[in-house]
Ligand binder design. Structure first.
Ligand SMILES: C[S@@+](CC[C@H](N)C(=O)[O-])C[C@H]1O[C@@H](n2cnc3c(N)ncnc32)[C@H](O)[C@@H]1O
Length: 218
């Protein structure tokens, strides 16, 4: 698949490197090539720790949209908690990997582009779970991201997001960090903020660099 947001002429390994923050140089990224060559420094083999922490205390229920789900660790954690998640990803290889895992519950996967949402997914979800999709897209598309996840939700639907405040290192992203102020500006027109905290659990190396926000669609 070659779309404006994932095309890139350099080889993945030439661009990816092994930066401490797992960054991948280049303004746009060929995600399918990364998955095909196993050049996936973001892949931790386990769900997001802040998501697991959330699921021990709170609920995500109903239909849940997970954009940029990769190999689906977060999708399966949400399914195991009893919800019905749909993970989408641009990369057919990523979705194939996700589908190769044993089922955890009522999860589904689909190859799709967040910026060209299939019409039947618009307004279809009770929740969106964001983790390392927002930080992966080109920052020039962040307003489009906020509009797309808002459009995926039913009225009053909620967005649980683990944002990357500061990926660290000195390389250009992805991952691209974001400030609270920018999040307010991007998501404020679509959502009200219900909660905002720096998680006490993270993957090693991401401690203090992430931000959990719980937002409700206006
Ligand atoms: C950094 S990876 C993170 C994957 C997964 N969330 C994780 O944490 O393991 C970003 C993922 O987003 C996907 N992606 C990037 N742009 C996308 C878009 N416009 N629509 C759907 N998926 C996208 C990529 O293919 C890639 O698998």
């Amino acid at each position: 698949m070659n779309t404006p947001e994932n095309s890139n002429t350099a080889s993945p390994s030439a661009r990816a490197g092994a930066a401490a923050n797992g960054s991948i140089a280049g303004a746009s990224t060929d995600w399918e090539a990364h998955w095909q060559t196993g050049d996936t420094p973001w892949e931790k083999g386990a769900p997001s720790p802040p998501l697991l922490d959330w699921l021990t205390k709170d609920q995500i229920s109903g239909r849940v949209f997970v954009p940029g789900c990769g190999s689906g660790h977060d999708v399966r954690a949400i399914a195991a908690a009893g919800a019905e998640p749909l993970g989408i990803d641009l990369s057919p290889t990523a979705i194939g990997r996700a589908q190769d895992f044993p089922r955890a519950g009522a999860e589904h996967y689909r190859v799709a582009n967040l910026f060209a949402m299939p019409p039947e997914l618009v307004g279809a979800f009770d929740w969106v779970f964001e983790h390392t999709c927002f930080c992966a897209i080109d920052p020039s598309r962040r307003s489009d991201y906020a509009a797309a996840v808002s459009a995926a939700l039913k009225p009053q639907g909620r967005l649980l997001a683990v944002f990357y405040l500061d990926p660290g290192g000195d390389r250009e992203g992805p991952p691209f960090g974001v400030s609270r102020e920018e999040l307010d500006r991007l998501f404020g027109p679509h959502f009200e903020t219900l909660d905002d905290y720096v998680p006490t659990v993270s993957y090693p190396g991401r401690e203090g660099r992430e931000l959990v926000r719980v937002l409700r669609r206006r």
